[in-house]
Design a protein. Sequence first.
Length: 465
Amino acid sequence: MKTIAFVCPWYGDNIPGGAEAALRGITSHLHDAGLPVEILTTTVEQFTADWNKDFYPEGVTKNAFGVDVRRFKIRKRDVKAFDSVNYKLMNGIRLTDKDEEVFNREMINSPAMYDYIRDNKDNYQCFVYIPYLFGTTYNGVAACPEKSVLIPCFHDEGYAHMHSFARMYSRAAGMLFNAQPELILTKSLMDLSNVRTEVMGLGVDTAIRGSAEDFHKKFGINEPFILYAGRKDAGKNVDTLIDYFARYKANAKEYVNVYGVHVEDYLKERQESEPEVRYVDDVDYKEHNNEGGRYDIDNILGIPVETAKADANYYVFFPKYHNEDNLKLVLIGGGSIDIPESVKDDVYDLGFVDIQDKYNAYAAAQLLCQPSKNESFSFVIMESWLCRRPVLVHNGCEVTRHFVQESNGGLYFDNYYEFQETINFILHNEDAAEAMAENGNRYVMEHFAWDVIVKKYTEFFKMFD
């Protein structure tokens, strides 16, 4: 087999980013398995760096894993022109063909790289581009479409709907996806009839282990907690997680019946188990008369208690579980986000932590919450399962919900009330939480262990023999 070239806009042994981590993992494990691999990239440092600055020298070096990294100088770009088009994309404004031309031209690009691909294509088995968004992929595919394979990392965002991407990437020889929903999305975006496709997944280090005891000892957090691991910004929907957590904590302090009877006392007096929880809108509340009484209407309906008392048509269902007043939220990863004053003592932002501390945090948590709506894969979900903790994901993310449903390794939510009750279900059902975690662990081992992934890649690349 000839050398397999992996093409990316920047490369570093330790730079952050999901696609960046995926590239390092794939190339290092294929190299260890004896496949000839090489990385083609630019001289730019990383995503957050100046794309007009050559940080690394041109030429070939070996990375920490023994893989050759061949770097090419970048072409200086018109940042103002690019930003004006990017602003439209980020704000849902439809692009013209000319806008898309500007976007692709003033994106990070290396004409020297594209010339190299054209001139040396016969020396390579194929060129594998990751991810879809950048000029190195768009113009790299144009340089040699017949030997181009994409690992696009698509999710449903404005960039993915660009017509120029649909036209260019439908010319590629192959496309590899991280999950089935990504393939389904891509088929809705472009014609894949002449593209060989496969749901490949990404490899995960299945040897990781976490110690809850070590986490408690090092960080002094001994209360039950929800863990968030990843970048802290609105694009990852972390603001929703923090808002919902603040509401959860507020509700934990306000479980009183509108008639002054505490719910636990009421149920004990009735000697009844709690009714099954339901999520209903105002109309449903009026249609379903629950004889158990009305309580906590401020939190559930969002209307003043006195108003609810005066309207005999309003009824609510008792939640099955109470919110836990001592529950905490632990954040690890880069970025910063505002924490409401009401929960400043309940949210621990640990920032970047060592990799073993990260694994220990998974093991110590009651669950991992991944609130993002835009993921093409999620390493943190896989890592949480490997450390034997269940996960909670947002219903709005097709990929993470697919992982949870296919594995039965966690739950998902679509609004605050579902967030509250799924959290409480996990907290109050230890056996079920452990079963979900074991299901997730088994799922990772069967689908994303590196020996499984390497075998699938090796078979795929044989199509270019």
